[in-house]
Design a protein around this ligand. Structure first.
Ligand code: SF4
Ligand code: SF4
Length: 439
């Protein structure tokens, strides 16, 4: 791997929005107390301010790209809590993502990392049909008793402790895939009040199909006609956050073809990461004359399910028909909802409108749970420390139900609850909102 040659203007070849704003860091340090990796190490280089200094030095050609630079970029969760805290509007997320693109495109990654990313994040995710093959294999492994055997005998430990540790974090594959089951056009039971499109997603499609069904039922209940374009797939978010902008663009192009110029008022999604990236399509393709218009249109129409319901008026059931009346409920903010999309009030307004529930604020609710895409796989030990902090906060308010709006957070927090034997129900926001409607 190349280690030391300088990269003058290293980020000029990579799409970094508002570079002037990004480098506008005043070094005030207001972002430091909000940074989970700084809290873990106490080191300036693991803080947003420290990383900005490193990135700028590399971009200006004053510092070579070294292994420690790469490690620091990958140690960052890209949770973007620092962006929320920054008074100068520094777009830190775009900056670290551009650095990761530079690392990948410059060939600085190890051959092994590069191979794993190409096979899993690129090849399998590029076509939903390929991901479904992998998912069927996983489903067989999970349901045939093989996984139980492997976990009980701890045989993976013989190959690698890491493989053994991360196994329980793998998503449970659904008994059916939502893209196989849901019709291309779904009508509400009553009159049509709204017309929307819906992203079935990649992992949501194969591992969270029930949450997709809950979202569809919720939309139908609110008078929506729903269009679900065929051949849609991964939005490219996972790839973009991990430096593979080439694959991310390919995936975005596919989805743009499917969702282009649909006569709908919104493109609704239920995964925080997908919404965050589809809202970026407009920027990603801003200099592509062929695609800029469609990309901007898709970004403008993209809404998280909580944003959409908050706009049109959520209609929960009365407390006698609401299974959660009298329950103590809390809400965990997914980073890509709270920090990237700035969606914090909408879900809380919806939850507060449900008659009879006891909504309790979770301390540090916007502090990353440690999931962060594939962070809990590649930085397992660090991510477990963040999870422990989340669980300590959960314990302090003793909720009966935790609600959150991102599949990664669901997997991570459920892993923590299982590990600690905590009997708390964990639900996706769409599932909770659907059930609270009595449907
Ligand atoms: S994105 Fe998160 S982990 Fe990375 S520097 Fe900002 S606050 Fe820290
Ligand atoms: S990123 Fe923002 S909050 Fe952090 S040091 Fe720079 S100006 Fe201050």
């Amino acid at each position: 791997m190349a280690q030391t040659h300088a990269q003058p203007n290293a980020f000029h070849g990579v799409d970094v929005p508002n570079y002037d704003v990004i480098v506008n860091c005043m070094h005030c340090g207001l972002c430091l107390p909000t940074c989970p990796t700084y809290a873990l190490t106490g080191l300036e280089r693991s803080s947003p301010r420290g990383r900005i200094r490193l990135i700028k030095a590399v971009a200006d050609g004053d510092l070579p790209i070294t292994q420690s630079f790469i490690d620091e970029m990958n140690f960052c969760l890209d949770c973007q809590a620092c962006e929320t805290a920054c008074p100068a509007g520094v777009k830190y997320g775009s900056l670290v993502e551009a650095a990761r693109v530079q690392i990948q495109e410059g060939g600085y990654e190890s051959a092994f990392t590069s191979l794993i990313k190409r096979v899993f994040l690129r090849w399998f995710f590029l076509r939903q049909s390929r991901l479904k093959i992998l998912a069927r294999f996983m489903r067989f492994y999970q349901r045939s008793g093989l996984q139980t055997l492997v976990l009980r005998t701890k045989m993976l430990r013989l190959i690698s402790r890491k493989l053994h540790d991360i196994q329980p974090l793998s998503p449970k594959i659904s008994s059916h895939f939502s893209s196989d089951e849901l019709a291309e056009r779904i009508l509400p039971n009553g009159p049509v009040l709204h017309r929307v499109a819906f992203l079935t997603g990649c992992l949501m499609d194969v591992a969270f199909a029930d949450i997709n069904t809950d979202t569809i039922e919720l939309l139908k209940h609110h008078g929506c006609e729903i269009l679900i374009p065929r051949e849609q797939g991964c939005c490219g978010s996972l790839q973009a956050h991990n430096g593979d902008m080439h694959a991310a663009r390919q995936m975005a192009v596919n989805n743009m073809k499917r969702f282009a110029r649909l006569d709908v008022e919104a493109i609704v999604m239920n995964s925080a990461g997908c919404g965050a990236f589809m809202k970026e399509y407009g920027h990603v393709f801003h200099d592509d004359p062929e695609r800029a218009g469609v990309a901007a249109e898709i970004s403008a129409k993209t809404l998280d399910i909580t944003e959409f319901l908050d706009r049109i008026g959520y209609r929960p059931a009365t407390s006698d028909r609401n299974p959660y009346a009298g329950k103590r409920v809390t809400y965990h903010d997914a980073c890509h909802l709270a920090h990237t999309q700035k969606i914090t009030q909408e879900p809380r307004r919806l939850l507060r409108s449900i008659p009879g529930i006891d909504l309790v604020e979770l301390p540090e609710s916007t502090w990353c749970c440690g999931s962060a895409g594939i962070y809990n796989v590649v930085h397992y030990d660090d991510s477990m420390q963040l999870l422990d902090r989340k669980l300590t906060n959960v314990r302090s308010i003793a909720p009966q139900i935790i609600v959150t709006g991102n599949p990664g957070c669901l997997l991570q927090i459920q892993h923590g609850l299982n590990k600690d034997g905590m009997k708390i129900e964990l639900l996706h926001t769409a599932t909770f909102l659907r059930r609270a409607c009595g449907i």
